[in-house]
Design a protein around this ligand. Sequence first.
Ligand code: TRP
Length: 350
Amino acid sequence: MSSTDLEARIAAAPHRFRVLTGDRPTGALHLGHYFGTLANRVRLQDLGVETYLVIADYQVITDRDLAGDLPGHVRELLLDQLAAGIDPARTTIFTHSAVPALNQLLLPLLSLISVAELQRNPTVKAETAATGTRAMSGLMLTYPVHQAADILFCSATVVPVGHDQLPHLEVTRTLARRFGERYGPVFTVPEPLVGAAPTLLGVDGRKMSKSGGNAVELRATPDETAALLRRAKTDGDRRITYDPVARPEVANLLELAGLCLGRPPADLADDIGDRGAAALKAVVTDAVNDHLAPLRRRRAELAADAATGGLDEVLARGNDHANLVAEQKLDQVRRAMDMAYGRTGLRSSA
Ligand code: TRP
């Protein structure tokens, strides 16, 4: 189904859908995350779609040996999500590491896919190439299956993804179907929901990324934001025009301001006209700082609250709920596979 059709069906009956998505906890989120996925999650939640967010801590060690300050990364990720409007009363936020039954789903799912199929996965190939000479670990090869477990344990029907994650969703759909064919209908086959937002570039003109040092973090101060955007790459043409092909850096700044102001980038270009890159950067800086001001205010309040255990409680409640749901699903899986005797006894399973 196309994402446009899916959007229309969600809008008509949000309560009939369930969303799962998530992030690796590798640091604070930036504007690319915000416009790429975070704002969309909040929108779906606010429409009334039941939402699950995985903090994919086991995924952090797929492409690196050391996870860094994991508690700190989880904290920053939680603060960003809550400040952006994720409401823990309506959305279940949990970590892989606290939900054993989810992780156990990997075992039956792994039996349903071949090594060759995993090796063909384009996203795994791309990520492996990006890690350089490091040998591919078993976890890297199988992480699409882990991601399938994230999606299938909670019977998610909709997974908001970027284009790069579509092959993973195909793995999930295949595994759900294969399990159904072999053991019976336990898993729901989910649909991808591909976001409409453009991919934002960083201030150096490359893809905005945490590790690139080219991204405006949501938690940055207005002054830090201004300093970073002043450094943004532009070109020598004083007249500001919206031309994504010929002038990608200028177009990117116009798109960013447009997203913040809810205005078409070409209109903003007309407004700025001959006033040049400095005026453009001033417009973008004000737009970003104004748009993020309420989020940053909430973030500061939440951070103060965190000192008294507010975040711990959010995570504990999310993990409790995820555990309940995962144990139920694992139970259904055991029954379907005729492996429930550990609970029900050997005689009753015949
Ligand atoms: N792989 C995603 C990322 O790189 C995070 C993630 C983990 C995820 N499990 C998921 C996304 C399931 C969607 C569905 O950030």
